[in-house]
Design a protein around this ligand. Structure first.
Ligand code: ZN
Length: 133
């Protein structure tokens, strides 16, 4: 794992949370993006070498909608940048970790992504991401 690429935070309403995080981080949101495949609307902030990703549900059946219903707003996942997502997926799978998807998906902010199931990672939803070059 190269570094923590971003932290994902589940929010109910980007219109409320974007200005809130602009105040907290003292920087402006540099990008909003709809990830239709995941049913989420995202907003990104730079914090030094890492980022904060706000996630708002785009439809009532999305994973984020279910998460908000169960746990409320808060830290949703931690994303690590990797050099070769296929290699990392193979490595982690061989160690017994459960991958939520068997193939990398295209995520927000020009990334290939993959999630590890929290039941095998101490309850932490971990995202692997690799920049699409
Ligand atoms: Zn993420």
């Amino acid at each position: 794992m190269l570094k923590i690429e971003h932290l994902g935070i589940a929010v109910k309403d980007l219109e409320v949370s974007v200005p809130l995080f602009e105040k907290i981080l003292n920087t402006t949101c540099y990008k909003t993006e709809i990830v239709a495949s995941e049913g989420v609307n995202t907003a990104f902030f730079r914090t030094g070498d890492s980022k904060i990703e706000l996630l708002e549900s785009a439809n009532p059946d999305s994973a984020i909608a279910k998460y908000l219903e169960k746990k409320g707003e808060g830290i949703h996942h931690i994303a690590f940048e990797v050099q070769d997502i296929y290699e990392e997926m193979k490595r982690l799978q061989s160690l017994g970790f459960e991958l939520i998807h068997k193939e990398p998906k295209s995520g927000a902010d020009n990334k290939m992504i993959c999630f590890l199931h929290p039941k095998t990672t101490n309850g932490v939803l971990i995202e692997l991401c690799q920049e699409i070059k």
